[in-house]
Ligand binder design. Structure first.
Ligand code: DX5
Ligand code: ZN
Length: 225
């Protein structure tokens, strides 16, 4: 059985107090910290890069789940490895010709390779990466168009999660975008086990309750399926 991993998206945190926000989330029961890297080109927003990961790493030993919404992920591997990233998830739309090289390099820098796909990208596009001799070890199914926090969950993306879970029972499947108390059950019963949540966690008066509710939902869905 794949373990539930609840990953607050630090995009919704107070970036001016990143270290204390990270600590607060870990106290609230977070398993991973989800870091959204946007280059202003692959998506129309610009966030943080390796220097910020490096700074945060000095304050925490937590798993830093880095989601790279960038046009040229290859350029980021070395700096992110040095900065202390834990997971390095690149987009399949940005790696059509070089995903094998990317996966190899990510592993050689001591990070865990993952592949993400946008809502309109067919799930079949990630199968070769998961079935490769050196595979992508997590698939991130975007449940909103990447670029911004606080968007509405797209239930039509759940067909992709179901297809993946049926094919790969022990794969880490992450969902990202619009997850919270009202959408978690749909994603959990489709088979997602890694849950990214930004606005629903940071906007809550009791983030620990939201985190624990989402973990319970994944655990309950796993008992039924
Ligand atoms: C969107 C990012 C998400 C985002 C999620 O492009 O990849 O990680 O921060 O935020 P919420 O949970 O608010 O949709
Ligand atoms: Zn993300």
């Amino acid at each position: 059985m794949v373990k539930p991993k609840i990953a607050p998206s630090m995009l919704s945190s107070d970036f001016a107090n990143l270290a204390s926000e990270a600590e607060r989330m870990l106290h609230c029961g977070a398993d991973w910290l989800h870091m959204d890297i946007m280059d202003g080109h692959f998506v129309p927003n610009l966030t943080i890069g390796a220097p910020v990961i490096e700074s945060l790493r000095k304050h925490t030993s937590a798993y830093l789940d880095c989601h790279l919404m960038v046009s040229n992920p290859l350029d980021y591997i070395e700096p992110f490895g040095k900065a202390g990233a834990s997971g390095f998830t690149f987009h399949v739309e940005a790696s059509k010709d070089n995903w094998q090289e990317l996966i190899q390099k990510i592993k050689s820098k001591g990070m865990r390779p993952g592949v993400a796909l946008k809502p309109k990208t067919p799930i079949e596009e990630v199968y070769p990466l998961v079935e490769n001799e050196t595979p992508a070890e997590m698939v991130l199914v975007m449940t909103v168009e990447p670029g911004f926090g606080g968007q509405k969950f797209m239930p039509e993306t759940m067909d992709k999660v179901r297809a993946l879970r049926q094919k790969y029972p022990s794969l880490d499947i992450e969902v990202d975008g619009g997850l919270g108390p009202s959408t978690i059950d749909i994603a959990a019963s489709a088979g997602a086990n890694c849950i990214v949540a930004g606005s629903s966690v940071f906007g809550a008066s009791e983030p620990a309750q939201v985190i624990s509710l989402m973990r319970n939902s994944v655990e309950e869905a796993q008992k039924i399926n």
